[in-house]
Design a protein around this ligand. Sequence first.
Ligand code: AMP
Ligand code: MG
Length: 518
Amino acid sequence: METIIKKIDRNKIDEDVIEEAGYILHEGGLVAFPTETVYGLGANALDEYAAGRTYAAKGRPSDNPLIVHISHFGALERIVKEIPEKAVKLADRFWPGPLTMIFEKNELVPYGTTGGLDTVAVRMPSDIIAQKLITSAGGYVSAPSANTSGRPSPTTAQHVMDDLAGKIDMVVDAGSVDIGVESTIVDMTEEPPMILRPGAVTKEMLEEVIGEVAVDRAAILEDSKRAPKAPGMKYRHYAPKAQLILVQGEEKEVVRAIRQLTGAKEKKGFKTGIITTSETANAYPFGILKNVGTKKNESSIAKNLYRVLREFDEEDVQYIYCESFAREGIGEAVMNRLVKAAGHRIVRAKQITDLQSYMRILFVSDSGNCRGPMAAAQLKKKELLRAYDIDSRGMIVLFPEPANQKAEAVSMSHKITLQDFVAKPFTEEDLDGDTLVLTMEESQKEKLKSDYADLEAVSDIRTLGEYIGETGENAQVKSAYGQPLAKYGEVFEQLDVMTDKLVEKLNKEAKEYDSDWM
Ligand code: AMP
Ligand code: MG
């Protein structure tokens, strides 16, 4: 079948297009059209056969009920058993708009439309084109999102065509939708009424009108394994082709974690994408970035979310890391959709930044020609599961000095040579998300932290002792400068024990880090 595309101007609606589309619907055909939330795939809701075609075109499981769209309140009483008082109040306040209510259905509504349920979901969209079309089609239009089941919902006519071209009769194209995520669904057959899917109409907004409203926990919790009450919510929804991973936590921590995750993946040869916001778009050195909006305005994120997910399908990326957003206003709906798109793959940023996967290990001492190079040389000889760039730097290096002679002598006696070593000064370039900076003493750590305070978000500066969990006397590696050779020997031994522990810790992390998506 060839799918006709009809452009329509919201400000100058061509009634002929409405009439033609209405006729197709009336006759049992399928027409995709804009609503204020997302594009819907319309069919005559009271025609069981038409509803069946919707499922086929979308590849939608047939137990996933459709929402019936109406264009005036009077249409409601013809298809439901009763209209609870609270529903009248909610309709009064939020219809037309992004709110779907569930009622006991009557015999006029076929089971093909409700997925076999005795209840029916009803919504009155505010989009003027949608309203006119519903009226023209006879008053009852079932309209699930006009995407292939499992793909992100369509927010433009092009998205609809990408998924459904050749499978439906017509697309009415009126440009981008306004809200960008699907309607709030409230089950009015429950007391108190229960939110089954969060949307632009929030719990607070509902409660202002009718008092207490419950929330189906399965609809909002990221770790819920319970079957949600809206049948459609149990399917992996809104999913992009690449693996999406949602990174939660404080913004600073999230940025660090995503830098690490993308860095690690890119170094392994994978392509990565990042869903960023205007606030953080400049913070990432790796990956293909797509800006979804601004954290200052959750609506901007809702509006762009599905477009960005779809755009990533055109990119050659295997992993998409996404920042998390405040669950305020429509943010709750955004997070709900993201959790689903991620197939519940959610990481806490802190967990990642604690479980560092470094590319580079840098030992830092004062003059940079004794403790640092000894530790680096020792570590290089040990059995590490991963390849690291291991090096050392000094805090005060005025010229490229060779290794301290006593340090070299002690090292030689352990078959380690520092012969070609020249000390290098620590610089700003040594701080990035991939480098673990390990100082010998607390004082050096404090100095680096204050000298490079503005780079704190991307650097990890610890003392060697602290990093391996050493406390007390053993935590500091004191300089042997000016003391007899034996003292240098002791420092070498101390570092040997410490670098053994370091190897243990790094290897343990390398193993944990090698899960498939982190
Ligand atoms: P969509 O049309 O793609 O926005 O999906 C409609 C959503 O509404 C799905 O998650 C359905 O499971 C849900 N839904 C529709 N009718 C009912 C109903 N009678 N009871 C519970 N959930 C419903
Ligand atoms: Mg849908």
